[in-house]
Design a protein around this ligand. Structure first.
Ligand code: GAP
Length: 512
């Protein structure tokens, strides 16, 4: 079963709608659009402002695959960089890795993906549309709650949890709920279902020109770390406890993928496997939970939009697991999983490869197979969160100001640079400032339109600082720096600009 198919909690179902109807949204000083609008707003501004667009759009798009435009790619690089710094550069017991997307097929037998990385699929015979049976039921429960049928909703939820834990009986149990509750197909309204069957989410392809070997596009990056346990540890001369971090593409043939970059068929993961001595794993698990929550907050995310969500049922190989959830416009949903995975993965790879995957502790003079604490987050989902959390609109002098209040460290453009006019050499000075500052971070020169328009453009792009070269600059070599969030302006010497921006970045806090 795909790890994400978690049964719906009563709290979750309520939150989804509370979020849409009650919650004027997050941190911003002015009310944002209600959350059901927020989803559409983020999708449309992502396209208009060059963050994210559907893949192959000119051909009508390829479902659940997305491309990052000029702004999106910078945001993505900055978030990756921040993760990498916090994992690899700031921990001398963690090293990086970049494993290939295609791995030996036995990897997936060992990991259990060939046999069990499945979602329950059901077809509407009338329309031919396919659905995830568990999601159909979750949506039905949500609808019951909206109609105030709390007891009925709770009874169906209990059946769903039972069905998802029914092992080989799962398909029949899910089908029975759909039949008993007479759940119609969402699009056609028909009640004409096939049986439920398991659908493996891995993408297959063939390697080599003739009668190629069947290989899979990896559904998670983690296995690249497990199979490289020795290759990462030995050259880096690391001893347990230590970690290996990786950022890379993963692929899942999701049955339902209509949630923008929340659920994609090709996406990027940022994963870290921390190898520990058996018996110490739950202490490490607690530490990583807290550290990962702090990291999300360090992106400038409002802490009240983040929470831990304990798993109802643990996978057979895990002895602890929690999700960090974010209050997305589609409800509280998983952003990151933190799992204590015991020695399951290393032991399975030892069994399937015949190679020893254990570790010899030279101080304790003992050999053991390390346990693993995993932190696994989706980069695209993180960006979706950053966009949702940053967006707000406010009235300024009768105009609507639309802002992306990104943390300056992740903002696609750190500073806009404007000459007040094209006279008296102001553009030349602005260009010199650009050449100096772009050694440190991404900046944008802009001389088009009124100052007001230039500020609004940068507010929409989430640029935290705007530098204006004006006539006073000619006398005193200072410029105006305008703060995106407060719209206040400081006068700063040109030769102090980089330091000023670094200081402001280090001290930045989202305005409350
Ligand atoms: N190695 C563990 C693992 O892959 P997971 O919960 O299946 O665990 C980890 O995935 C994270 O990857 C999720 O928390 C989510 O952020 C991201 N993710 C998973 N499936 C995704 C999808 N279809 N689209 C975008 N992100 C996804």
């Amino acid at each position: 079963m795909n790890n994400e198919a978690v049964p719906l909690h009563p709290a979750e179902a309520v939150d989804t709608f509370a979020c849409c109807l009650l919650h004027p949204c997050h941190r911003s000083p002015q009310p944002r659009p209600m959350s059901d609008d927020l989803f559409d707003t983020i999708v449309s501004l992502s396209k208009q402002r060059g963050f994210i667009v559907q893949s192959s759009e000119i051909y009508g798009g390829l479902s659940a695959t997305y491309d990052y435009g000029p702004m999106g790619v910078e945001l993505k690089r900055n978030v990756k960089e921040k993760w990498w710094q916090s994992m690899v550069y700031q921990n001398d017991d963690i090293v990086g890795l970049d494993a290939s997307i295609m791995m030996h097929p036995k990897t997936w037998d060992a990991s259990g993906h060939t046999e069990a990385f499945n979602d329950p699929l059901i077809d509407d015979k009338a329309s031919g549309n396919r659905y995830r049976a568990d999601e159909l039921i979750e949506n039905y429960i949500r609808a019951l709650r909206e109609e105030g049928e709390e007891a009925h909703a709770e009874a169906v939820r209990e059946r769903l949890v039972e069905a998802l834990n029914a092992g080989e009986e799962m398909n029949d149990a899910l089908h029975a709920i759909i039949m008993d509750e007479e759940i119609p197909a969402p699009e056609s309204g028909a009640f004409d279902w096939t049986d439920v069957r398991q659908f493996n989410l891995m993408f297959e392809t063939e390697m080599g020109p003739v009668d190629g070997q069947k290989v899979f596009l990896r559904p998670e990056t983690a296995q690249g770390i497990f199979v490289n346990f020795h290759n990462a540890r030995e050259p880096a001369r690391l001893h347990v406890p230590f970690g290996v971090a990786q950022i890379g593409k993963a692929f899942r043939n999701e049955i339902v993928a209509r949630q923008f970059v929340f659920r994609m068929r090709e996406f990027e993961q940022m994963e870290m496997q921390y190898f520990v001595k058996p018996g110490t794993e739950l202490d490490w698990y607690e530490q990583w939970k807290e550290r990962r929550m702090k990291w999300h907050e360090s992106l400038g995310i409002d802490p009240s939009n983040l929470r831990f969500h304990e798993h109802d049922q643990l996978s057979h190989y895990a002895n602890a697991a929690v999700d960090i959830q974010y209050d997305f416009p589609i409800g509280w949903k998983e952003l990151e999983g933190i799992h204590s995975r015991t020695d399951y993965d290393l032991s399975r790879h030892e069994e399937y490869s015949g190679k020893k995957m254990s570790y010899y502790d030279p101080w304790e003079e003992e050999r053991y197979t390390p346990y693993v604490v995993e932190t696994s987050t989706g980069l695209d989902r993180t960006l979706f969160m950053v966009l949702c959390d940053a967006y707000y609109e406010e009235e300024v002098k009768g105009d609507t100001r639309s802002v992306l209040q990104f943390h300056p460290e992740v903002a696609p453009v750190r500073a806009g640079i404007f000459p007040l006019t094209d006279k008296e050499g102001l553009p030349d000075i602005a260009r010199e400032i650009e050449d100096d500052l772009n050694q440190h971070f991404n900046v944008r020169y802009d001389d088009r339109g009124s100052m007001g328009k230039r500020y609004r453009r940068q507010d929409e792009a989430g640029t935290p600082f705007c530098i204006t070269v004006d006539f006073d600059t000619l006398d005193d070599q200072t410029v105006t720096v305008r703060d995106r969030d407060t719209m206040e302006q400081d006068r700063v010497a040109i030769d102090q600009l980089a330091t000023y921006i670094f200081d402001q970045t280090a001290n930045w806090e989202a305005s409350a």
